[in-house]
Write a protein that binds this ligand. Structure first.
Ligand code: MSP
Length: 515
């Protein structure tokens, strides 16, 4: 049965660190989808939050000589501020130290245990605190200091401790069958293939509790153990819906989730462990997990040791909020890795926003202000070419929507950029400034066509650039109902005679400050 609800989640962010552009990227992509779906008429729940337990956070707190809870409180607040900074439209912000989450994680554990999928044993093997992940000896390579290194580059340490195990090995067949029957479960396809071959390679039972530190959710009935942080963290997607009370309206409306958006580094946790935990608890599985790529900075891996992580705040302050959001969604095909460079950012801002879209809006709205008394030209006689251009404009909205629905954000924005280029070319050919004297009626028709281009472009820009697009729509005096995606065609055309606001530039050129 299809419904009108859409539930999208970001990963929850570790509180050992401050937000950087990698975190902002995942969140902005989810925000674009959430805003887009709302504009299409969906009832959306968009969740983000912080992952606060585990050895990594405990260690960071110890080295900062603060209590783990104090570190979590301070850094969680930075991620909460990120939602305001990046203009995220999240409906909730979950913290794994909240009672609602602790209750949900323990309830999930109990369900898995009651169904016979958990047993007590002891773990001896390799663990990476940085990745919060277990590794097989065969996956490791020798490091420079005689140490061992995981495929992610993280150091591992030898761990030996009593531990509860989850019977992951029993889920190899069911997981493969699920991937087979639900080809859209993992995206993009390259990740899906990777995961299928990983699972085909054999799954070992998974250690899901730790006893050598205490910063975690106690295992129900055996409080010497804390839950493995990934089991704890993954449950957040359920806790925010009111689980374990499955009669809660949010749970009923939004589970199973439509999309868990994740970075490529954490796809295994979301497409192997998480569905297996849910199968063990006899709960429905999320519909889709999609992994995006990673950013490098000026060609280099972002890392603490290089000290090159970029704070989202710095980008927003220097380049502007919507400009930063535009760059993130525009620069790289979603799913691929990408590189952040100042030059790339400035190019995008100046060529696409200032020179193309901004220029189109500014010159058209100024001409309308000067020559049409600031009103939408009335009763215009458009020629066949004008009608054909508008018809194409309304119809090609479909390809924008198809692209966003398949997370090809940069392609969707191609469509918008192409509309703006087309409209700018139309201005140059039609030269309305000449028509003013020669054929004022024709000038009005040309300006009407251009206003329609701007209206459609501004509606389409809303998911990615909510503030700038609404400035343009405000100038066109478009009502809230006129901003939804159902208002993209003929039926919602601007009404002749409508009074427009005084034009104001929306996308300034970026100029380097003099040294
Ligand atoms: N806490 C876990 C997720 C638990 S979800 C149940 C975690 N947190 S994280 O803070 O380390 O990473 C969160 C997200 O940021 C991941 O999706 C990760 O891929 C993303 N990024 C971290 N660095 C990144 C880049 N350099 N580039 C793009 N995204 C990156 O993992």
């Amino acid at each position: 049965m299809t419904n009108n609800n859409f539930y999208v989640t970001t990963p929850i962010y570790y509180v050992n660190d401050r937000p950087h552009i990698g975190h902002a990227y995942t969140s902005v992509a989810c925000d674009v989808l959430a805003r887009y779906k709302r504009l299409c008429g969906y009832n959306v729940k968009f969740l983000t939050g912080t992952d606060e337990h585990g050895q990594k956070v405990e260690k960071s707190a110890a080295s900062a000589a603060v209590a783990p809870q104090a570190l979590a409180d301070a850094n969680s607040q930075h991620f909460r501020e990120l939602t305001g900074l990046m203009d995220l439209s999240n409906d909730d912000f979950i913290r794994t130290t909240e009672p609602r989450h602790v209750a949900a994680a323990q309830a999930l554990w109990k369900k898995m245990a009651d169904n016979g999928h958990i047993y007590l044993g002891s773990y001896s093997g390799w663990y990476s605190v940085r990745d919060e992940a277990y590794y097989q000896e065969s996956e490791l390579v020798a490091g420079p200091k005689g140490n061992k290194i995981a495929p992610t580059g993280a150091e591992v340490e030898w761990v030996e401790e009593p531990s509860y195990f989850f019977k992951l090995s029993a889920f190899e067949g069911p997981l493969l069958a699920h991937y087979e029957q639900n080809s859209g479960f993992i995206g993009p396809d390259t990740r899906r293939n990777e995961i299928i071959s990983f699972v085909k390679g054999g799954l070992k039972d998974l250690s899901i509790s730790r006893t050598t530190f205490s910063w975690g959710i106690p295992v129900p009935g055996d409080e010497k153990h804390v839950m493995y942080v990934w089991l704890d963290a993954l449950t957040n997607y359920l806790s925010a819906l009111g689980f374990p009370d499955t009669s809660k309206p949010d749970y009923k409306a939004f589970w199973p989730a439509d999309l868990h958006m994740v970075g490529k580094d954490i796809i295994r946790f979301h497409t192997v462990y998480w569905p297996a935990f849910l199968m063990a608890a006899q709960l429905p599985l999320p519909k889709r997990v999609f992994a995006h790529g990673w950013w490098t900075i000026e060609g280099e891996k972002m890392s603490k040791s290089l000290g090159n992580a970029i704070a989202p705040q710095a980008l927003v302050e220097e380049f502007g909020l919507d400009q930063t959001r535009w760059f993130m969604m525009r620069e790289v095909p979603f799913g691929n890795d990408g590189n952040f460079s100042r030059e790339g950012m400035i190019n995008r801002i100046n060529s696409e926003l200032a020179n193309n879209i901004g220029n189109l809006a500014q010159r058209t709205l100024s001409m309308v202000a000067k020559n049409c008394d600031g009103k939408v030209p009335g009763k215009v006689a458009m020629n066949a070419q004008d009608e054909a251009a508008l018809d194409k404009l309304y119809k090609s909205v479909k390809s924008y929507m198809e692209s966003i629905d398949s997370y090809k954000f940069n392609q969707a924005l191609d469509v918008v950029v192409a509309f703006a280029s087309e409209a700018n070319a139309y201005i140059d050919v039609q030269a309305p400034w000449k028509l003013k004297k020669e054929d004022p009626k024709r000038m009005e028709a040309v300006l009407f066509v251009l206003l329609e281009y701007i209206r459609v472009i501004a509606i389409l820009l809303q998911p990615v650039m909510p503030k700038s697009s609404s400035k343009i729509l405000d100038q066109l005096c478009i009502t809230p109902e006129g901003r939804g995606f159902s208002a993209l065609g003929y039926s919602a055309r601007l009404s002749p005679g409508a009074v427009l606001l005084a034009p104001e530039p929306v996308f300034p050129r970026f100029m380097e400050k003099a040294a």
